[in-house]
Design a binder for this molecule. Structure first.
Ligand SMILES: [Cu+2]
Length: 264
């Protein structure tokens, strides 16, 4: 946890418990009510999960100077989950985080990448990510209240008890996919290498759609090409009077089926 080098630093430091972890996905729920565990870095022993494991997930972040490495795909030293969540086009998945600090404002981004076979054998270096959802800066509501910066995707997530919903695109073709869900915290993003990416991955097995208009994911971007250190949405000062924001990464897929979050 790093705090912005502004006059508000002292005040913010009273509001943010410094011993707190940053947060991670604890479980994913499907419309049938099935619950799939996220990866818990604190637990030991073999874990047969749909979630990818990574080094110290949640307590550390991927820095912009690492955006040109494969670490940005699914967090540091990530390895694929062994299992897949059975799902279908049009399903709304609920991603439950354990917590997220109020100070860590920024966009909430979700991507999919197709696996050539089972995602359990996927190579993170070659997965091509297609953005299916993004919520960045929303408005200046609360901009004069600590922590400064107005209302962001991360605030919506917090307003929903640290949960996020994402819809499997209604036209998505049958197959195995990695879902990549990420918060980019911008509280020190005015410094070069100050933004903090918190990506997490989970495997999906998408059943065939009834409609027969199934589409392949196209135009994906490999992880180390997703973001640059000086992208507008990465090197940005959110402590002033924010009037707009350009989300990092590619445009949302034209065939994605975006849904509004509660409290958005
Ligand atoms: Cu932090």
């Amino acid at each position: 946890m790093r705090l912005p080098p502004t006059t508000t630093t002292l005040l913010i430091s009273f509001l943010v418990p410094t011993t707190s972890a940053h947060g991670r996905i604890t479980n994913i729920t499907t419309p049938s009510g099935a619950v799939y565990q996220g990866w818990d870095p604190a637990s030991t022993g073999p874990q047969n999960l749909t979630a990818w494991r990574a080094a110290n997930l949640g307590n550390i972040f991927v820095k912009p100077s690492q955006f040109n490495t494969s670490h940005i795909a699914c967090h540091y030293d990530a390895t694929p989950g062994a299992l897949h969540i059975p799902t279908a086009p049009g399903d709304v998945l609920n991603l439950q985080w354990n917590e997220w600090p109020a100070s860590h404002k920024g966009p909430v981004l979700t991507y999919l990448a197709a696996c050539p076979g089972s995602c359990a054998e996927a190579a993170k270096e070659t997965l091509a990510w297609v953005k299916i959802d993004e919520v960045g800066w929303l408005n200046s509501s609360g901009a004069d209240v600590l922590p400064l910066g107005g209302t962001w995707g991360s605030d919506v997530l917090r307003a929903n008890a640290a949960s996020w919903t994402v819809k499997v695109p209604e036209v998505l073709g049958e197959g195995s996919y990695v879902l990549r869900h990420e918060i980019v915290a911008l509280h020190v993003a005015e410094e070069v290498d100050g933004a903090q990416a918190y990506p997490q991955c989970v495997n999906l097995r998408v059943a065939s759609s009834a409609g027969g208009e199934a589409r392949k994911l196209e135009g994906g971007v490999v992880g180390n090409k997703l973001y640059g250190m000086r992208d507008k949405g990465v090197l940005v000062d959110i402590h002033g009077n924010v009037t707009g924001y350009e989300n990092p990464g590619p445009k949302v897929w034209e065939f994605a089926t975006r849904i509004k979050q509660p409290n958005q």
